[in-house]
Design a protein around this ligand. Structure first.
Ligand SMILES: [Zn+2]
Length: 49
């Protein structure tokens, strides 16, 4: 069971990345530092649906 999840910027809330994750392996919410092209810097990205 792999679900498509979106990673949204913590600053501007835009969905910048699409990823797939296994809900059984990683049931917790993802939080990854990635580059946001709207903010022009690295920000913390959180999982959204
Ligand atoms: Zn941003």
């Amino acid at each position: 069971m792999r679900e498509i999840t979106y990673l949204s910027c913590g600053d501007c809330k835009r969905k910048n990345y699409v990823t797939r994750k296994d809900k059984r392996k990683t049931p917790e919410k993802l939080s990854i530092k990635k580059f946001c092209r709207f903010c022009g810097k690295h920000t913390q990205h959180k999982e959204t649906k």
